[in-house]
Design a protein around this ligand. Sequence first.
Ligand code: GLA
Ligand code: ZN
Length: 649
Amino acid sequence: MNIFEKKDLLYGGDYNPEQWLGYDGIWEQDIQLMKKAGVNCVSVGIFSWALIEREEGVFDFSWLDTVIENLYKNGISVILATPSGARPPWLSQKYPEVLRVREDRVKHIYGKRHNHCFTSPVYREKTAIIDEKLSKRYGHHPAVIMWHISNELSGDCHCPRCQERFREWLKAKYDNDIEKLNHAWWGAFWSHHYTEWSQIESPSSIGEIGVHAHVLDWKRFSNDMMIEFYNHEVSAVKKYSDLPVTTNFMEIEEINYHKFEKYVDIVSWDCYPRWHNDKESVYDTAVWTAFHHDLFRSMKQKPFLMMESTPSLVNWNDTNKLKAPGLNILASMQAIAHGSEGVLYFQMRKSRGSFEKFHGALIDHDGSGETRVFGEAAQLGRILKDNAKLKGGSSDSQVAVIYDYENGWAIDELCGLKNDRGYKETCIKHYKALKGSGINVDVIGPGADFSRYKLISAPMLYMVPDSTAKRIREYIAGGGIFVATYLTSYVDENDLCHLGGFPGGLKDVFGIWNEEIDSIYGENAVIANGSEYTVTDFCERIHPDKDTEVIATYKYDFYAGEPAVTRHGYNKGMAYYIGARTGVDYLHRLYGEAMQKAGVLVPDVTLGKGISMTKRGEYTFLMNFSDKAAAAVSNGVNFTLEPYGFKII
Ligand code: GLA
Ligand code: ZN
């Protein structure tokens, strides 16, 4: 059986039984408690390399055989990991080439995890050997339902071999023509004109970090090396097994998962929101979380898997808050509402020693199953069991927000704007303004199919290659409503500024010319329909064409009275341009109008403070992300939700 054939929602998570070898009775207790909590699936083997291959070439699978067999006998499925996320010490000692070199050219010594060189032939050889053995041994085991390749792949390596691979990568990208690279990297600036490929080094704080296209190319290259390494492991496990594969994605901005998504059979991600932090409300943390669920769901337009989460606290924030009673159940149901096929935790049992011994887990050091966390987890286990009907169920969003990883990299690099750019935060703000209407919202990459949406929001889409400009133009011409903001289309894919005025390649579509952008201290305001709305950080001076409507103007500064927000009909569609960083209040108003024009079906609901609404298939979820009871009216029916309560309608 594979993961797609499972009838129930998955419930369980990372299980590290190798930490308890020699502790009699613990594995039995694990199984007993896991069953009591309703666990039906665990991820095994993620960090098991050193205890499978204690010496090079000497393999002992006996303990893993027992673990998998016991799980199987007890009806618990296994997501089996390849162990490449962490190496045994002997491997680094014998083959130092597997160790990464940092950007400042310092070579790592053995330690930690998730830090091998992606191009190392030795590391590839060693991972292939153990992966193939795992595949041969367990690839057809009835307990095993999927491969979990490595763990949280990320990062880059600046070793001499990776430098060589980078040069090869550049040669391929620039058709072996170094003048093409010089043009893209704007090589005449500061005399950085290259004449030999061998002169090129990866970006470094002791070398060059200010050539934006160079930095972007390095990030793209490193992304490709990570995916190449992942695919290398996939071929190893596929040798004897045709089970689906995944790897756990993260919330981070450094990896372009839109390039990665096609290589996994199901998108999975590790979900660690900062619940109860002191900077935002629980509702805002829920918005952040929902945005990420929708981002990962939208990648394949299919259900995803929440591969990790914590049943209580994490151990790596400055302040690690417990999840308040009820919140774990609510947050888990939120993942289900947004399309997860299950709820998986890190981890089943707390470690006894080392770095993660105080990280939340299903089973605590007391080992009893009597804890608050366990009790709530068991309650959730029952809820999930009763809700298998939710599986599958699509989102059918009519609205999407574009979030483009590489655009974020380019925005981070640019010099000349206020430092606090907050690209992802801005996308989340726009998402929040849309989501507040109770609709489903997709979060898509710039290469997604635009035609399925009635309205697309593209905050701060600074990097717009001609090909994307063309697709935006076609989308709007065909009747789409497109909302863009300040910073739209300043540069192309190589971070070269568009010539002829911004938004490059789209001036006629938006019916504006954006002449300049001001970074502001404090606040300005825009006036729209007689009301005033605060703006912060960025204000552009935009010039509307004759047929462009100005729908908000600036209140202060030398550009007071000038256009701040515009609307322009283009062919069958409409293009909005928001020239300044407005708050959610204004965005909510603007999107309300834009959705009406786009014919988006907005549900007839009034949501009380803290309530979020999402549909999965035919089921509507109302979720109260607040410690106070709250009310909602949906289609004339009143609902009261307990603190951190939820309802599935
Ligand atoms: C990550 C890792 C896990 C664990 C958790 C702790 O997601 O994949 O191994 O370290 O963090 O939060
Ligand atoms: Zn390397």
